[in-house]
Design a protein around this ligand. Structure first.
Ligand code: R5P
Length: 287
């Protein structure tokens, strides 16, 4: 099995190779042309091989890189192509919220399905978006890895910042062995959210707020402020996909956040947990 790491997946690919038996990191020559268009060439013979391509499709230039690399794999006559999308971009536009809009998650899935036999997705925003793929799909979660990390930090309370994150919070709390709760959030627009005040059992506790995505930080900031107001000793924010758009980090710190933890699905200085073990497990089921 050859593992190909795109520029937004190469570190995960290296870790997957380290953790797997019989996996080899594919050697590639790649560059951007002067006009910034992407070029890639495989230096290994991929004919009749199983190929796993790991590439987050965010931002858009990485989506195009994914498309061009998939084409190269198919041209090389690989036996199978498994695409691992650590972060599946456009997944939040998973339906038409207003007439005239696209279903962007489906558009990305259609593009990947042109080439891939199998697709691996980590903590997709909604599970049903995997139905947009024609390929066989495998959904996995980084919550186990994140919860193990939080347990080492003596977290003793887990909070979901909205109802959508409740399952994740419950799973994390189960692994840590602590209580959990959730907030009721209303999104007013892309950058503004409101939460309903609620009494939380957080006084003097080390609290982790868990969510799938941190984008502008607005959702987390509201919960952090509420927890601090209610006397939490320490507030850690934790997510699988850390987009950290614009001033998100400042917003989190200003609200009183003590620590920020994300996985490496989108690489940043906060990527303290790797999603590679989840991909390795998913591959065992697919190949
Ligand atoms: C929404 O349903 C997601 O799970 C996240 O809560 C949301 O994407 C976070 O966005 P932001 O950081 O901009 O509030």
């Amino acid at each position: 099995m050859f593992v190909v790491g795109g520029s937004a997946g190469v570190d995960i690919a290296k870790r997957v190779v380290e953790l797997s038996k019989d996996a080899v990191l594919a050697e590639v020559e790649s560059k951007r042309f002067p006009d910034k268009e992407f070029y890639i060439r495989f230096l290994d013979k991929l004919k009749d091989e199983d190929v796993v391509l790991i590439q987050t499709s965010y931002p858009d230039e990485n989506l195009v890189e994914l498309l061009i690399t998939m084409d190269a794999v198919v041209e090389a006559q690989a036996r199978s192509l498994t695409v691992a999308l650590p972060y599946f971009s456009y997944s939040r536009q998973d339906k038409k919220f207003k007439e005239g809009e696209p279903i962007s998650a489906r558009a990305v899935a259609n593009m990947v399905s042109l080439y891939a036999d199998n697709v691996i997705s980590i903590d997709p925003h909604k599970d049903y978006i995997l139905d947009f793929f024609d390929a066989q799909t495998k959904c996995c979660s980084a919550v186990g890895e994140l919860a193990a990390h939080l347990k080492k930090m003596d977290v003793d309370f887990v909070l979901a910042p909205d109802k959508g994150a409740l399952d994740t919070a419950q799973q994390a709390a189960g692994i840590i062995g602590c209580d959990f709760d959730y907030m009721q959030k209303t999104r007013l627009d892309g950058t503004t959210v409101e939460i309903k005040p609620k009494k939380l059992d957080a006084k003097e506790r080390i609290v982790a707020i868990v969510d799938d995505i941190i984008s502008t930080g607005g959702t987390m900031a509201k919960s952090i402020a509420e927890l601090k107001k209610q006397g939490a000793k320490k507030v850690i924010v934790c997510c699988t996909h850390g987009l950290f758009i614009g001033g998100a980090i400042e917003k989190l710190k200003k609200a009183g956040c003590d620590e920020i933890i994300a996985t490496d699905t989108i690489k940043s200085e906060y990527s303290k947990v790797s999603c590679a073990p989840c991909i390795v497990e998913a591959l065992k089921d697919l190949l």
